[in-house]
Design a protein around this ligand. Structure first.
Ligand code: PMP
Length: 459
């Protein structure tokens, strides 16, 4: 409940502005799509930190104070993709704690700048390493916690996270819909939101359908956890709050559909969603299309598109990653219907890389951290025929891993970008990785481009 200065409507502090976010109907979208049900968004951007994560941040700190785990003047360490960090930083500022956040280089740079703006320290770790690697953000957070004698909220395991949504978000949605809600749709990262809200709503009415919107490579919808570019949702493991018996359906959504939906909602409704909001909305639209007049679908929008201006809302970024197609001749024409991505791991022996190049008649290979298709952040380097020729060998060098001799990664280009841009890129580099929908598709080389020029001349 909000505390106010008596006799006024002035909130006592920023903490009293957390929660009680509005719900708004998506009339234009519903009309566009021929939806007869009511589709409404729980707009979590109205929290002081601009995201749903203010709620668990407050609850985790209150509970840690109550249990004695967090003492006055203490330090909070948390690995976070940004929103939880902002929430924790706000609560920490109000209550006099220091914050150190650990995050990855997959996260949009403005999110990191935002955490620093609240006075927090931010440590950025490479996303392209295994969770057990000492450079991974999980491991770095663990060692910092020890070193600083800090309190680690651990939102992935902390029961106060789903509890926050069970105590606040769920009851608000029930009250705001007059108990008429029939479907609840949200993305899941820690799963705190979906599980907390589901627990409360199902207690009121067990008939309500709970639907998880999931990046189509995340484990929740049967993937391996990679690669995808939507931030804050989907996982490569099952967090403590994941409670599948509460969910009726898990809808996988691609990066492409998530980003396209976010952009459409901004244009049609004046509501600026982030990638995970676009993902949740894409799933909600699918659900709403099969619903009747009496159905009321609530989709939770976790944060604002303002945090993603350099990605989802940047045409250049969208094109480079293969999400937008320009006018005129594009890279798609050069590669034709050629598929297949041939690449090696860092630990592949040089000998195997040579055999692979010979077998496929190619003169370069991207070196990746995982099997294809991979995301740009998973590209570690490249090996070229010339690298191998010029290498002066030494004993057993054919058995050494390519990671030891690789060159920096080749550039990448979107499948819908212009052939002109491909020409510019290939003036500098021998080859480039082609991305489609944020994932590697193939490699184009100078000779592919020349071949295409020749084909076009003859046509
Ligand atoms: N979207 C964004 C942008 C987020 O940061 C998060 C939190 N990881 C979520 C959605 C998912 O929320 P939850 O962790 O409660 O599942």
């Amino acid at each position: 409940m909000r505390r106010q200065i008596p006799g006024t409507e002035i909130a006592n502090s920023m903490l009293d502005l957390i929660g009680e976010t509005p719900i708004v109907a998506m009339g234009n979208l519903a009309r566009d799509e021929g939806i007869v049900a009511t589709l409404a968004v729980k707009h979590e951007v109205s929290n002081p930190g601009g995201s749903a994560k203010d709620r668990p941040a407050l609850q985790m700190i209150l509970d840690a104070e109550a249990s004695g785990e967090l003492r006055p003047g203490g330090t909070i360490v948390e690995p976070t993709s940004g929103n939880t960090g902002v929430g924790l930083a706000i609560v920490a500022a109000q209550r006099g704690y220091k914050c150190v956040f650990v995050t990855t280089d997959k996260v949009a740079p403005e999110k990191i700048a935002l955490l620093r703006a609240y006075g927090a320290e931010v440590v950025v770790c490479p996303v392209a390493v295994a969770p057990e690697d000492e450079r991974s953000y999980y491991q770095v957070a663990a060692s910092l916690t020890l070193k600083l004698g800090a309190y680690r909220p651990n939102q992935y395991a902390n029961p106060s996270n789903p509890k926050a949504h069970e105590l606040t978000t769920g009851p608000e949605i029930w009250r705001q819909t007059g108990g008429k809600i029939t479907h609840f749709v949200a993305g899941a990262g820690t799963s705190g939101t979906i599980t907390g809200v589901a627990r409360y709503l199902l207690e009121q009415n067990p008939e309500i359908k709970i639907i998880v919107a999931d990046p189509d490579r995340s484990v929740f919808s049967g993937g391996s956890g990679r690669p995808y570019l939507v931030e804050g949702v989907g996982e490569d493991f099952y967090p403590a709050a994941w409670q599948p018996e509460l969910y009726n359906e898990i809808i996988p959504v691609s990066d492409m559909e998530s980003f396209a939906t976010a952009r459409r909602v901004a244009e049609r409704e004046g509501l600026l969603l982030g990638g995970s909001g676009g993902l949740a909305m894409a799933a909600a639209l699918r659900v709403a299309k099969r619903c009747g007049e009496n159905d009321l679908i609530v989709v939770l929008n976790p944060d604002s598109g303002r945090g993603y201006l350099s990605r989802v809302y940047d045409d250049g970024w969208m094109a480079r990653n293969g999400f937008l197609t320009g006018k005129g001749s594009t890279v798609a024409e050069i590669i034709d219907d050629r598929g297949g991505m041939i690449c090696v791991h860092e630990h592949t022996p040089v000998r195997e890389a040579i055999v692979l190049m010979q077998a496929h008649g190619i003169s370069q290979l991207p070196v990746c951290q995982a099997d294809p298709p991979f995301a740009p952040a998973e590209i570690r380097g490249a090996v070229y025929e010339t690298t191998l020729l010029l290498h002066d060998g030494g004993e057993n060098w054919l058995d050494r891993p390519v990671g030891e001799i690789m060159k920096p990664p080749m550039p990448y280009i979107g499948i819908g970008e212009s052939t002109q841009r491909a020409a510019e890129l290939l003036e500098e580099a021998n080859a480039a990785v082609v991305l489609e929908g944020g994932r590697s598709k193939t490699v184009i080389t100078r000779s592919d481009l020349l071949h295409w020029y020749e084909k076009r001349r003859r046509a």
